[in-house]
Design a protein around this ligand. Structure first.
Ligand code: PMV
Length: 370
């Protein structure tokens, strides 16, 4: 599918009854990282992620048709009307982000100015935990908007619904397009991943090995504060980055490798790719201009502890990082007991206020009836 397939040309909002829709959408953790983009949210390389389960956003979109709409709706003459609540508190400071998102997606969902919206959102994880919520929040909102589109256009297929939801979510936050459907998601065109696309995420199209079933991700919250450098600034710094070309090649090669590993169940090879990807991501940060470091001393202490434990015990534990100081500890379900003991005894001391979240591979977003 191409971009123009997602433009909704004939839609009449005037018969839509007022209502609301609620979606729960998960966060995701990239195994091969997206870092660097061009044009409007097009990735410079392919990325792949595990969908999470316990870390999610629940968003309700309530919509009422505007009464003062002109008889001949002329969207250009109207404004978006949004009231936004985060965790039951009215948050006007979130509105500019929503308006930027609405402006970007308006040509694909031209009914946005026909409604007054009240958006209520909450996260399962604390707002200040340093865990990025843009993936889960943008995918939840994109899914709500698609449910509204479906009200007006009931003939759309499930395939179209989820692809377009991923397409819209990507325009809000790139990695959000991998938070829509299924357990393992790929975003970015790759010649070895059938159906992959730069404009939306897809479910990993091959059967993955049982070794990865219920794979665990314990998130160690090393730093709860705001990041000094946002992801969008980080992506920008990949323009003219001295190692950009090599990095994008490396990531695309790692996609080929990890695709085979996910099918074969080779856990040692999985560990080597995933840890190398995490460190390559942070190496890009340390070698950009201006350079920056998002890891903290405790991030490194945890990494060394994980390496020691693995060497001593033969465990298949490994780590990955997103754009921050927190550590995602990944391990197979059958090692849950021993690894949890290790985490409690040796790693929790490095977390801010002993804060950690036990998560695992999830199944994707779900519509809730509230
Ligand atoms: O979706 P963004 O713009 O927040 O970028 C996400 C970047 C990483 O989390 C570091 C990597 C990834 O692929 O999710």
């Amino acid at each position: 599918m191409i971009e123009t397939d997602f433009i909704l040309s004939t839609v009449d909002a005037s018969n839509t009854t007022d209502g609301s829709v609620t979606w729960r959408a998960p966060s995701n953790i990239a195994l091969v990282k997206y870092w660097g983009k061009r044009d409007i949210q097009l990735p410079e390389n392919t990325s792949i992620s595990f969908t999470l389960d316990a870390c999610f956003t629940v968003t309700t979109l309530a919509y009422t048709l505007k009464k003062d709409r002109p008889a001949q709706p002329d969207s250009a003459s109207q404004d978006f009307n949004v009231t936004f609540y985060f965790e039951d508190k009215k948050k006007d400071d979130f509105k500019p982000k929503i308006f930027t998102f609405f402006k970007r997606i308006e040509q694909f969902v031209p009914f946005l100015k026909d409604f007054n919206f009240v958006i209520k959102s909450r996260n399962s994880f604390p707002h200040s935990s340093g865990i990025a919520s843009s993936a889960s929040s943008m995918s939840a909102l994109a899914l709500c908007i698609m449910s509204l589109e479906k009200e007006m256009n009931s003939g759309i297929t499930d395939e179209y619904f989820y692809k377009k939801a991923s397409f819209l979510a990507r325009l809000g936050s790139g990695s959000a397009c991998r938070s829509i459907i299924g357990d393992v998601n790929v975003w970015g065109n790759h010649n070895e991943i059938e159906g992959s696309s730069n404009i939306y995420g897809i479910n990993f199209p091959y059967r993955f090995h049982k070794n990865f079933k219920n794979y665990q991700d314990t998130i160690l919250v090393v730093d709860e504060g705001e990041k000094q450098i946002s992801s969008s600034v980080g992506h920008q710094l990949m323009f003219n980055h001295p190692f950009a070309k090599q990095r994008f090649e490396q990531a695309n090669e790692n996609i080929s490798k990890i695709s085979k590993v996910l099918q074969s169940g080779d856990l040692k090879a999985f560990i080597a790719i995933v840890e190398s990807e995490a460190l390559s991501l942070h190496a890009m940060m340390m070698t950009s201009n201006p350079y920056f470091i998002l890891m903290k001393p405790n991030t490194l202490k945890i990494i060394h502890k994980i390496w020691n434990f693995r060497a001593k015990s033969g465990s298949n534990i490994c780590f990955t990082l997103d754009a921050g100081a927190n550590v995602h500890v990944l391990f197979p379900e059958n090692e849950k007991e021993s690894v949890n003991n290790f985490i409690l005894n040796e790693l929790i001391q490095f977390c801010q206020e002993n804060h950690y979240i036990c998560d695992r591979i999830g199944k994707g977003a779900e519509q809730l009836s509230i």
